[in-house]
Design a protein around this ligand. Structure first.
Ligand code: BEZ
Length: 318
């Protein structure tokens, strides 16, 4: 069975278990337990249906733990993928030498943001826009470093243009890494190893790596040179990742612009669940009720109760 099929099967199985448990029966996992355990190792009868006395948000696993346990920490083929510990490196930057990226970000969230080349139009706007978000990211305890294959001297000269193009309204307070030998870009998969010695082309793609306090790659975005990134989306991703790092939730599509108009059983509609988040499939009905008595289950034809929404203010309170 493919990993996707196994995951789908295990999530549906967990949700079905929740339905059964809602009827008051403490359910053990179905005969498909080995499949479930293989896809989500922590999804066992004990963790799925913990007793009520231990059902606190402190004991329920977080979204990060659940989803990241699906991926290994180490790459088996040298490619960097979600869940992997990111490669450490030393580098020259516009803020001086960075002896170790891991040490620099120690215990914090960080964004590593690459741009193809200095003195190019789209990159100029991207660094300016990122600078405008820097205070907000800093307040979220998220560091920022950017990078291109140009040398640091070039970055420093180019920054004058970046600031001027933002009508001198910004300061670029994050370091820009000079990856002139292309070793970091190659290690992070922004340049193919077979072409990384070519000092002309290719250039780094526009990549965003969002890395958690344990140095795990949590999210990456890859854009081509011809499309500039949206820095609102990057901040949104950090917020969503930080929420699922702390809580047993996952954020829906377009969060926090989601479920603004929800139908209720009595035929009325409500906007109360705008910006709400989903409880993880691994949260039992007992845990859900104990922690979020006001959660809302969306009805669907399958009858499986897996679309369980919690208002964001209720999540923040916990
Ligand atoms: C740009 O940022 O506009 C750009 C970067 C690399 C190649 C072409 C354009």
């Amino acid at each position: 069975m493919s990993p996707i099929a196994a995951l789908r099967r295990s999530l549906v199985s967990a949700a079905r278990g929740n339905v059964a448990a809602r009827g008051g029966v403490m359910k053990t996992l179905s005969p498909k337990a080995p499949v479930v355990a293989a896809a989500i190792p922590h999804l066992s009868s004990t963790s799925t249906f913990r007793s009520l006395s231990s059902s606190t948000m402190d004991t329920m696993e977080t979204g990060t733990k659940m989803y990241m346990s699906l991926y290994p920490e180490g790459s088996t083929d040298g490619s960097l993928r979600l869940g992997n510990i990111v490669p450490d490196f030393s580098a020259e930057t516009t803020h001086g030498p960075m002896e170790s990226f891991h040490e620099w970000k120690k215990g914090k969230w960080a964004i590593l943001f690459s741009h193809p080349a200095d003195f190019t139009p789209v990159c100029t706007t991207e660094i300016g826009r990122l600078a405008m978000k820097y205070d907000e990211l800093k307040s979220m305890d998220c560091l920022v470093a950017t990078l291109s294959v140009d040398p640091v001297k070039s970055h420093t000269e180019w920054l004058r243009d970046v600031v001027a193009h933002c009508e001198n309204q910004i300061k670029v307070e994050f370091p820009i890494i000079g990856d002139a030998d292309r070793s970091i870009s190659t290690a992070y998969g922004m340049i193919d190893p077979g072409t990384s010695d070519d000092q002309q082309l290719p250039l780094t793609i526009r990549a965003v790596f969002i890395i958690n306090p344990e140095n795990k790659l949590m999210l990456s975005l890859n854009y081509p040179a011809c499309v500039g990134r949206n820095t609102d989306e990057i901040v949104r991703c950090v917020k969503a990742l930080q929420l699922s790092y702390e809580k047993s939730i996952a954020t829906p599509a377009n969060w926090p612009e989601n479920h603004a108009d929800l139908p209720l059983k009595d035929g009325s509609r409500t906007d109360e669940f705008k910006g709400s988040v989903f409880l993880l499939p691994t949260v039992s009905p007992e845990e859900a009720k104990a922690n979020y008595p006001d959660y809302h289950t969306c009805e669907v034809p399958s009858g499986i109760e897996y679309l369980r929404l919690v208002k964001s203010e209720d999540v923040e309170k916990k």
